[in-house]
Design a protein around this ligand. Sequence first.
Ligand code: A2P
Length: 259
Amino acid sequence: MQKEINGLQLLEVLNVHHWTSSTFSFSCLRPDNFRFRSGEFVMIGLNIDEKPLLRAYSIASPNWHKEFEFYSIKVEDGPLTSKLQKLKAGDNIMLRKKPVGTLVNDALLTGKRLFLFSTGTGIAPFTSIIRDPETYEKFSEVILFQTCRFNNELEFGKHTIDGILKDELLSEIVENKLRFFPTTTREPSQYVGRVTDWLKSKRFKEEFGSDLNPLEDRAMICGSMAMLNEFKEICLDKGLTEGSNSAPGHFVIEKAFVD
Ligand code: A2P
C-alpha cells in the first residue's frame, strides 16, 4: 500500500548513484497505476521545515519501466538539491502525480530524423525517449546530442546507452537507428564544442549528411535558458516551427527546469 500525504505520494528510494561531484541519479518504486508519456516531467521533492518543497524533474526512465529514475544536479546551497543529494536507499521522496511537458513525441510532426539536443542534466527526458519503442516507430534515425563541460559528466548518458545495447529487446529496436553524440567544451574529447556551435558550423553537415531542415528533421531541446533561446533562434532561422501538445511542429523546448 503506497502512502499519500495531502495529495502527495510518498515514493521509496531504491538506489542512488553519484556520477560526479555535481551530478547524481536516483531511482524509486513507481506508484501503482501511474501513467506518463516518455519525456514528461513531474514535481518531486522533500518535506523541508515541515513544508513540501517540490521542483520539476524529468522522468529519466521510459514509460514502461517499473522504476522511476531521476537525474539531478547538486547545488551546494540549493534549497532542495542540497538535501536531495543526501538521499539513501529506503528514504522517501514526495511526488505530485501529474505528469506534464512538451518534450514528447506527440508534440512533433512525423519526420525522418529526431535530434535530441541537451546540455548537462538536460539529457534526462531524452534517456526516457530513447528507451521508448514508440520513438523508433515514428523516426528512422534518433540522434542524442549532449554537451557537457567535462568528459566525466557524459557518463550517465554513456551508461544509459550501454544499458540499451545490453537489453535483448531494445538493442534490436534501436539497431542502426540510435546514435549518441557527446561533446565537451572545457577539455578534449572525440567531439569538442557547444551543441549550438555544432549546429551553426559546417561540421554538422559533414557529420550527419545534411543540415537540420524542416523536411526531414524534428528536434527536442533541453538545457539552460540561454541555450534554449539560442537554439530557438537557430531552429526558426532554419525554417523549423515550434510545436506544442495542441499543435505539433518541427521542434519543442521545455522551460520548466529553468530558474
Ligand atoms: P561552456 O563550457 O562553453 O560554457 P553548465 O555546466 O554551465 O550548465 O553548462 C553545460 C554545458 O552547456 C557546457 O558544456 C557549456 O559550455 C554549455 N553551454 C552553456 N551555455 C550554453 C548555450 N547558451 N548554448 C549552448 N551550450 C551552452
